[in-house]
Design a binder for this molecule. Structure first.
Ligand code: HEC
Ligand code: HEC
Ligand code: HEC
Ligand code: HEC
Length: 358
């Protein structure tokens, strides 16, 4: 009897530990073994092709008259062929407003009119998507993004954030947004303003995360108090949770600070942080006046992008499926001032991993 219970308990524990996913697992750790910071993954990760809708029809010719000449009020997609333009309109309808159709953004009596606010927003989103694909290849590679990467068939993406209300006074003084667990801090009790601090501004804002000291005493290089480091750890929780990975996906278990023993993914994430600031600062925040009140947060700012908006729990959005290649209209010039993309600290080409298969 006792034995049956023990076996049942073991089986339950095994299922819980592996997230109930069947199939052979691989456990990888960047750094020395035995620190318990392994990442356990399924050996075979299928591309999430089934998560991605097929193109509305076979991609048409990129030749022929330009949309800018054919229509009255085309400000971003003017450089694409007329056929590609219509194809792109059909695709964005399926990605953003599949139920409502063209009229979600258009007055059917006058397609050139900008009277529906969603059209004004969508134009900025087209520029933003082009900016990501053209200027932020150090993050999105040749995979790129489409409206679907964030929207997935919804007018508003499932994961977004807005500026939190200022810290409420609790019985023990200002709580600084702590002990009020929200998704953005992976439901920890860390401060809830971490995304507001680190994911707004622009690509060039100096918000590098440097919390580790080399010695025991405070130095000129690091004067941070423990309290000041909390939003940075909260952000790290957000990174891990958004990608569905643990800390050693980017860091080395031996020491988290040095870049020369970190993984290549840490550099990709470094660009990601700057890309997200660029997206929020240059494209989404300026839409403040375009959005109606019910599309804004408690402080009156539009809903903004985090790592989770695209990644949705995967190390690469949609398992790395290269969906954007079918939509050349999303790769052109953004027709706005491009971000000067800074350079990340150097990481080794491959991580120093120890691997076990079972
Ligand atoms: C998510 C919003 C959105 C949806 C849905 C949408 N459009 Fe558009 N449409 C736009 C935007 C934005 C522009 C302007 C693009 C630019 O400035 O480069 C535009 C421009 C146009 C124009 C050019 C009008 C002119 O003369 O200037 C036509 C035609 C058009 N769309 C057709 C369609 C059709 C047909 C559908 C449905 C299959 C559709 N659109 C669905 C956002 C949308
Ligand atoms: C990086 C993520 C991201 C991408 C890519 C993206 N969007 Fe958005 N979009 C958002 C977020 C976040 C909001 C919510 C803003 C708010 O409501 O305050 C939004 C809102 C919108 C809205 C307003 C919907 C409403 O009902 O108020 C439209 C329209 C829209 N996006 C169209 C597009 C189109 C078209 C594309 C592709 C060309 C696109 N988006 C690409 C993140 C994204
Ligand atoms: C997806 C990659 C990624 C994951 C996962 C990640 N980090 Fe980071 N971490 C970074 C990057 C990139 C920086 C530097 C950010 C910057 O300077 O803009 C950083 C910086 C740090 C620093 C500051 C190092 C210094 O120089 O002082 C610490 C500490 C840290 N992370 C801890 C963690 C912890 C703890 C976790 C797990 C909860 C974690 N990280 C998960 C990418 C990651
Ligand atoms: C606009 C959508 C988008 C946003 C927002 C975004 N990413 Fe990504 N990210 C991607 C795409 C697309 C890829 C895949 C690139 C490829 O296939 O080479 C990727 C790849 C990565 C990788 C490499 C994964 C690997 O296994 O090689 C890391 C790490 C990463 N992102 C971290 C982040 C972090 C951290 C944030 C938030 C600061 C973030 N991303 C925000 C689109 C996004």
């Amino acid at each position: 009897m006792k034995r049956t219970i023990a076996i049942a308990a073991l089986a339950t524990a095994a299922l819980t530990l592996t997230g109930c996913e069947l199939g052979p697992k691989q456990s990888v750790q960047n750094g020395h073994r035995g620190t318990g910071m392994d990442t356990v993954t399924l050996k075979k990760v299928a591309l999430a092709k089934d998560e991605v809708p097929a193109p509305p029809y076979d991609p048409p010719s990129t030749e022929g008259p330009r949309a800018g000449a054919a229509y009255q009020n085309v400000q971003v997609l003017g450089d694409v062929s007329e056929e590609q333009f219509t194809y792109t309109m059909a695709a964005i309808t399926a990605w953003v407003a599949p139920e409502q159709g063209c009229n979600y953004c258009h007055n059917p009596e006058n397609m050139a009119s900008d009277e529906v606010y969603t059209k004004v927003v969508a134009r900025k989103m087209l520029q933003m998507t082009r900016n990501i694909n053209t200027n932020w290849d150090k993050h999105v590679g040749t995979t790129g993004v489409t409206c679907w990467t964030c929207h997935r068939g919804n007018a508003i993406p499932a994961n977004y954030w807005a500026l939190p209300e200022p810290g409420k006074k609790g019985i023990i003084g200002n709580l600084h947004g702590q002990n009020a667990p929200i998704a953005a801090t992976a439901y920890s009790s860390l401060p809830n303003a971490s995304l507001a601090i680190y994911l707004s501004g622009d690509a060039k804002s100096d918000k590098s995360i440097r919390v580790v000291s080399d010695g025991m005493h405070p130095t000129a290089a690091n004067k941070l108090t423990t309290m000041e480091t909390e939003p940075q750890y909260a952000l790290m929780m957000h990174l891990s949770q958004s990608l569905g990975v643990n800390c050693t996906y980017c860091h080395n278990a031996q020491a988290f600070k040095p870049w020369n023993i970190s993984t290549p993914q840490r550099a990709t994430a470094w660009y990601g942080l700057r890309m997200v600031r660029d997206v929020n600062g240059q494209y989404i925040s300026p839409l403040k006046d375009a959005f109606p009140a019910h599309r804004k947060g408690p402080m009156g700012d539009p809903f903004k992008v985090s790592c989770a908006t695209c990644h949705q729990g995967k190390a690469k959005p949609m398992g790395g499926y290269k969906m954007a290649k079918d939509y050349p209209a999303l790769w052109g010039a953004p027709t706005s001032i491009p971000a000067a993309v800074p350079a990340a600290p150097a990481v080794p080409a491959a991580a120093a991993v120890s691997t076990a298969t079972h």
